[in-house]
Design a protein. Sequence first.
Length: 115
Amino acid sequence: MPILILLLVVGAVMAYLAQNNSMLVTLRLGTSVLSGIPLFYIIIGSLLTGLGLAYLIYLVNSVFTAFSMHRKDTAIKHGKRDIVDLTKRIYQLELENERLKNDSTVDEPQDKNAL
């Protein structure tokens, strides 16, 4: 429903532009000359060109943002993996510390997969 209302408003603006800006103008693009073009075509063409460029800039920005987020996600995954590895190492050191405190001469099998 909001899109329908937006389209009606845009259509009304275009009708207003077409009604009040119907004079013929000459458009010069570099060396080429286009004459007899209604002014509202130039206005609407400029508007559509601007919207297209804005969308293109938005797409480029979103691609760079996606790459940046991917790098940060990768860094977070590496950080979590390091935390798990360090937690395992702390557990192993605590077991070794307890073994040394109890003066145990029997080596207990260490579980490398344990936390």
